[in-house]
Unconditional design. Structure first.
Length: 148
């Protein structure tokens, strides 16, 4: 069993309120895409509230959605993001979310069994924004080897 797993945070700046007609198609696909993630090889965990809702948490402001997950490895997450039905939804990102000038996704290794919180995730995103990809906070384009 690996000693480390891959944590991932991505944030999205809403182009309109989540309840708006503009985001209806996005909202209508959330359960399907979340179920796809949970059934994907390598998926370990995703943040959700007690009711199973991941959109209720707005730790970075009401206008931002967050996705915080843990996977066994980079390859599994990459396959889900870019080679599954998730890619079709991601291709429509500009319909639902405002462009972001700074990095909006970050990857980092965590000890197996660790479930990161939003404070840790935000710190990793800030590290990436300030320093670029490092062993502590990186991207798909510049992945880092598993810790340990």
């Amino acid at each position: 069993m690996p000693h480390h797993e891959l944590a991932q945070l991505n944030i999205a700046h809403l182009a309109a309120p989540l309840e708006s007609p503009q985001l209806q198609d996005f909202v209508d696909n959330l359960d399907r895409i979340n179920a796809l993630a949970e059934g994907s090889p390598g998926f370990v965990w995703r943040f959700q509230d007690y009711a199973g809702n991941a959109t209720s948490a707005r730790p970075f402001g009401e206008e931002y959605l967050v996705n915080l997950t843990v996977w066994t490895d980079i390859e599994s997450l990459h396959r889900y993001v870019y080679r599954s039905a998730h890619a079709e939804i991601m291709a429509r990102r500009k319909e639902w979310f405002q462009p972001m000038r700074e990095a909006w996704t970050v990857l980092w290794w965590v000890p197996a069994g660790h479930r990161p919180g939003f404070t840790e995730a935000y710190e990793k995103l800030q590290q990436l924004r300030a320093n670029g990809p490092t062993a502590d906070a990186f991207t798909f384009k510049q992945p880092q080897p598993r810790s340990g």
